[in-house]
Design a protein around this ligand. Sequence first.
Ligand code: CA
Length: 653
Amino acid sequence: MLRITDYEKFDRENAYDGDDLGVTFRDGKTIFKTWSPLATGVYLNLYLDGEGDNRIETVPLERLDRGVWYVEFLREMDGVFYTYSYEFDHKHREETIDIYAKAGGVNGNRGAVIDMRSTDPAGWERTGRVECPSACDAIIYECHVRDFSSDITSGVSDWERGKFLAFTKSGTKCGNVTTCLDHLKELGITHVQLLPIFDYATIDEKKPFSNEYNWGYDPKNYNFPEGSYSTNAADCKRRIRELKQLIMTLHQNGIGVIMDVVYNHTYFTEESAFHKSFPYYYHRLDKNGRFSNGSGCGNETASNHAMMRKFIIDSLKFWATEYKLDGFRFDLMGLHDIETVNLIRQELSKISPQLLMYGEGWTGGESPMPSDKLAYKWNSYKFGKVGLFNDNIRDSIKGGTFNQYDKGYVSGNFNATSVVKRGIVGSVPHWQLKDVNEACWAYEPTQAINYCEAHDNNTLWDKLCICSKHESPVERRKMAKLAAAITILSQGVPFLQLGQDFLRSKPRLLKEGEQANDINVFDHNSYNSPDYTNAIRWNKKEENIDVFNYYKALIRCRRNNPLFRLSVKSDVERCLKFHDSGFNDLIIYSLKDESNTLVVFINPYNEDKYYDIPQGQFYIRLNENGKMNKFPINQRLKIPAISCIVIKKLKNK
Ligand code: CA
C-alpha cells in the first residue's frame, strides 16, 4: 500500500476529532466506528466468544468522512465479541482486535462489546479519588500486582494470590507483622503505583497456574486490564470488575492508585493491532522507512501523529474517568513529543487538577524525532507541570546504577555530596548552591520524583551488598536507612518500591555450572524472572522490622510537617537554608516558616559527630531509629555514624 510521505499534511486532511471511536451505545443502538483512511474496505466480525470457531456474522462497514468507518445495530449488544478486518489495495485483509476495545477475550485477541456499568462493583459510585492538593503531598509506592501477594507468606488465600483481589483483603499477617493491604495502611504511603495493569502480551492467560512472570512492559491492548491478574481471564467483565474492586478498596482506605502506562511502544510491530488497522501510521519510521527503535523494544509509537496522539489522550481520559484513577506514570516518556505531553496534562487537569502525571525523561534507544521536541529530562522546563524521575538524586545517594561497584553518598562517596544537596532542595535553583550542574533541572519541586530504588536495576539493599561488601551488615543497614531518610525528607515527591522498607532483595538462581560472584547472585533486570526472584517474602518484614519502623517514622514525619512538602521554588528559597557543619560532607539544613523550625542533620561519616545547638530550644523529632523525644535538648547534639537526625523547635509558650 501507499506510504505516507508527509504526515502533517496527511493529518490535516484526514485526522478525526470525534469522541466516538470504538463501540458506543446510544438510544438503544450499538455503534461501531474505526479510523483507517487508506483502507479500501473494513469488515466487522462478530463472535459468540473471545476465542474459538464461533463466528456469528461478518458485516461491511460504511465509509464516512475523514477515514472513519461505521456500522450500527438496532440493539445493545452487551457480551458480544468482535474483531475488524481491514482491507488494503482491495486484496490484503488483516483481522485484528479494535485498538479502542474496552474489554476483550482471553489473551486479548478479540474485543468485547460491554455495558461498562455492569462491571461496577457494589459501592463503586460512592467512592472516588483521594485528595492530593499538591504532588509534593504524595508518597508513591510502586507495586507489581503479582509480587505483592504471590508468596505464601502474604497470607492471602490460594485463589487470590498474585491477583487484583489480593489488594482487597484486610487482616492478612505473616507471623506478627501485617502484610498486603494492612501493610500499605501501616506504612502510611499515600499512593500505590501499579506496574502495567493493561493487557500485556507475554503471559498465556489460559494457563493461570503456569507461574509465568512478566513486569508487563509488553503492551497488547491499551484499554482493558491484563487477564492473568483476574480470577477468570475468559470472563471479559470479571477482570474489569476485580480491578475496580482493587481501586475501590484502596480509595476506601485513603490510598490513591496510579497506573503505569506504556504508550511509547507496542509489543508486536507488524502484528500489532495498530499496524494491522493502518500500516505505517502509528509507529515512527527511520529515514529508510523502517521501524525506528527509540524504546529498545523493537519499535516506538508516533505521538506526534495526530491519531496516535488522540489515541493516547482518549485512552488516558477513559482510564481516569471509568476507573477513577489518581494518576499516571509514563514509561519512557522521553519518546513522547512535548506538545503531546502538555496536551495530556491539560486534558487530565480538566478531569481533576490533582491527577498525578510523571514519567521517565529518557528513552531506550535513538529516536528519529529531534531531541528538542521530545519530553527528555533536559527539556523539563518546557513541560513544568509534569514530574520526572530524578536519576540524579538516585545515583548520588547510592552510586551509579550501571556500575554496580560504584558507591554513593550513603556508602562513603563524598564526590556526590553536592548532588545530594541539590536533591534536598527539589532539584531547583537555590541561592546557596553555586554548583549549577545537570542535577539542577526541575522547574518546580513538584517535578522531582525522588527515589533510590524502583523495579529497574538492583534493589538498594542488593546494590549496597555489592558496592559495600567490605562493610558489615550493621553498617549497610545504616546506609539503607540513611538513603531512605534523604529520599523521603527531600523536597519533591518521594517514590519507593514495594518491600524497600524491609530491605527487599532480588536473589537470582544461578545457571547450572555458573560460579557465584558478587554480582550474579542478585537479579538487576528481573522483568521475566520467576517468583523466586520477584515475590515479596513477607517474613523479611519481621526480620527487618527496625528498618520498616524507621520508614514508617520518616513517612509520618514528612506527612506531619508541611515544611518537607514545599510546592514552589520560591518557598524553598525562603524556607530552606544550609548551615556550615564544620565537616565538609555532614549536611545540615533548616526549614523555617512563620510557625515552625526544623533542622535536619545528615551524617554520612562512619563515626559519631557532635554539633552545638542553642540549649533548651529544640527537641528530637526523629532520631536514628525513627523515635521522637519531646524533652528539650540541653547538650551538644550527637549525630550517630551514618544517620539522619531531625530536631524541631519547641513552640514558644
Ligand atoms: Ca494479556
